[in-house]
Design a binder for this molecule. Structure first.
Ligand code: ATP
Length: 636
């Protein structure tokens, strides 16, 4: 029923002499044919590269592709017009004529098709399009409309299971009920018939004048099927010309617990670390967003950056004064940390001699190999114990604000973008964090042992003196206290601490040295160090190693040993496992927003396989990273 208004006649001779490319009949496949004829002359002479070109141009797939292209070009030139705008009536006529014709199976089938409801609906749709009859028939306007009368719009929406996706408010001065906001992806927004600022006059024939917004909502809630709104349209419907933005939530938000939200049901709850797509920032206080894990749904309300910061400040100030919440410099150990040490040391007092022999035995552990000898740095007992001291001290100190609400006063949302590492880019630093004893070092060691040419640890710094059997730059970088402190003050230390009077730490430069070799640097950091490592040069991918539940841990850690201050390999006690679980929970509450991946370390081999796969994904697949990491890449 749709045909072209362009004649299908062949082009005349004169046309043929014109450029072949402009003639859709001869198009690209004709040009190709001519080129092939030309090339054929050179083919037998074996001119350099001609055979290759000939074979390529002669390939059936290219010919077929070009034919498709030509057909599409020809089709594009045609202008489609309907053969009749009254196909429905014509079909009825045909059915009538068929009734009078002698019956045959073909006639019966045709009548059957023409009378089928779907076919009738198709013809009706065809006629509507053919007649360009899209507008509903409206009664003529009466002549005596007063000049001052506002133009009204009648809007009918069919309510289904979903909410309408709009909020209303009462105008403070006039008392009018207005559409306050239209939620992206909701029924109202998809209809394109109601806008923020439209004044509601009637809902289902009931005047809303003098009603409270709650009463109007009640009418809407009671309505079934079609809802009719009479509205005075806003003079200039708002245009959303903002670009879509993606953010990582650095805090959590529960609309049900927020009495200030304009509409609780329209709120979008989120947790730390969730990636949100911000679709509307027109309102300075309430943005509209979706979770990227749920982009098909309609958006929800979230507090804007500014509002959430205000809420955080209010929450912070409403808390009773907590002297422990101040961050201590880990370079000078607090009284509390000193106490921790004393408690540990009470069990077995270590003398220097035992200390020396212990360090020596650790050396041998650090040479591992399968027919190959290599050294893995960064697993030293003293380094790990030193980290544990400062880590425990600080976690305890911060534990009192671990409600997850105060967010350490940082920005509540962090703008993120999808980052795909190019093969020429340096690898991303892999950071493992987890409560002490969960198996961070065991997993790290297993990963490095899998392929020591690909995975490597960073060599830490220390101020303790070098032992006769050690090499500078292998076990540690041995530096003076002044040199160490200078690294700290110039922010080149990812983390550092003191143990038995010596400073230990991991520097950014030590990590860079591994990355510069084209390897993947795998670090074990205490969670406070994550923020320091989060720079565009290191682009860390943070993996949280989490203990499984108590009963599984008791089973899987039956033969496991804790590294302790005293030199007996201690088996895990129930209190150790409980402390591990508590610490893991605190870490997740305080630092969960920085975790890119979580691995539950139950069965060691499973956890190791998960770690390998996560590390590969981090390097090879697109990941959400802070926008500043990527824009800084393009800076000179
Ligand atoms: N999944 C597991 N199943 C059984 N044993 C495990 C598992 N993971 C780790 N272990 C064992 O638990 C003990 C502690 O692990 P590891 O030394 O790696 O702890 P950690 O997290 O590095 O803590 P720290 O740095 O405080 O020593 C080790 O004996 C290790 O072999």
């Amino acid at each position: 029923m749709i045909q072209s208004d362009k004649g299908a006649g062949l082009p005349d001779k004169k046309d043929k002499t014109l450029s072949t490319a402009t003639n859709p009949k001869n198009g690209l496949s004709q040009i190709l044919r001519l080129v092939l004829q030309e090339l054929n002359l050179f083919y037998s002479r074996d001119v350099n590269g001609v055979r290759l070109l000939y074979d390529l141009l002669n390939s059936p797939w290219l010919q077929a592709l070009l034919k498709v292209y030509d057909c599409l070009q020809e089709f594009k030139e045609q202008k489609l017009v309907p053969a009749t705008p009254h196909a429905q009536a014509l079909s009825c006529e045909v059915v009538e004529i068929l009734r009078e014709t002698p019956n045959s199976p073909d006639i019966q089938e045709l009548r059957h098709i023409l009378q089928a409801p779907h076919f009738k609906a198709l013809l009706s749709a065809h006629d509507t399009v053919a007649q360009k009859d899209f507008e509903p028939l409206l009664p003529p306007l009466p002549d005596n409309i007063p000049e001052s009368e506002e133009a009204m719009r009648i809007v009918c929406l069919v309510k289904n299971q979903q909410p309408l996706g709009a909020t209303i408010k009462r105008h403070e001065m006039t008392g009018d009920i207005l559409v306050a906001r239209v939620i992206h992806g909701g029924l109202v927004e998809r209809s394109g018939l109601l806008y923020a600022g439209d004044k509601l006059v009637e809902v289902n024939g009931v005047s809303v004048e003098g009603l409270d917004p709650e009463q109007v909502i009640h009418i809407l809630a009671m309505s079934r099927g079609t809802i009719m709104f009479k509205v005075v349209p806003v003079s200039e419907p708002p245009v959303n010309c903002q670009k879509m933005m993606y953010v990582r939530a650095m805090t959590e938000y529960w609309p049900q617990e927020d009495p200030a939200i304009p509409c609780m049901d329209a709120g979008l709850p989120f947790q730390k670390g969730d990636i949100l797509q911000i679709v509307d920032q027109n309102d300075a206080l309430w943005w509209q967003a979706r979770k990227i894990s749920d982009l098909g749904t309609c958006a929800g309300l979230i507090p804007s950056n500014q509002l959430l910061k205000r809420k955080q400040r209010e929450f912070w100030w409403s808390q009773p004064y907590q002297p422990h919440t101040q961050v201590k410099s880990s370079i000078s150990i607090s009284m509390e940390e000193e106490d921790d040490m004393k408690i540990d040391e009470k069990c077995v007092e270590a003398d220097e001699e035992t200390f020396e022999s212990e360090e020596l035995s650790e050396d041998r552990e650090e040479f591992v190999g399968y027919g190959q000898k290599f050294f893995i740095a960064g697993f030293r007992r003293s380094m790990r114990l030193c980290r544990r001291k400062s880590h425990l001290g600080r976690l305890r100190a911060r534990g009192c604000c671990a409600s997850g609400r105060c967010g350490a006063g940082g920005a509540p949302y962090e703008e993120v973008v999808r980052y795909q590492r190019r093969p020429s880019d340096k690898h991303r630093l892999v950071v493992l964090v987890g409560p002490s004893g969960v198996g961070v070092n065991e997993l790290r060691r297993q990963l490095i042992e899998l392929n020591p040419n690909h995975f490597q640890s960073a060599v830490p710094h220390t101020t303790r003196s070098q032992k006769s059997y050690e090499m500078n730059g292998r076990e540690y970088h041995y530096v003076s206290k002044e040199a160490f402190e200078s690294l700290v003050y110039s922010h080149r230390m990812l983390e550092y601490g003191e143990y038995k009077g010596h400073l230990y730490g991991t520097s950014v430069d030590a990590v860079q040295a591994v990355l510069d070799e084209g390897k993947i640097c795998v670090l074990d950091l205490e969670p406070q160090g994550i923020q320091v490592a989060r720079t565009h040069e290191l682009k860390p991918y943070v993996i949280f190693i989490k203990p499984s539940n108590m009963s599984c841990m008791k089973q899987s850690r039956k033969n496991a040993k804790i590294i302790t201050d005293y030199f007996v390999d201690m088996k895990f006690k129930d209190e150790d496992l409980q402390e591990m679980e508590d610490l893991a929970q605190k870490m997740e509450t305080q630092f969960g927003q920085f975790f890119d991946h979580v691995i539950v370390n139950d069965h060691l081999q499973d956890a190791c396989a998960q770690l390998l796969s996560a590390v590969q994904k981090a390097q090879e697949e697109p990941q959400w990273v802070p926008a500043t990491w990527v824009s800084s890449d393009t800076e000179p």
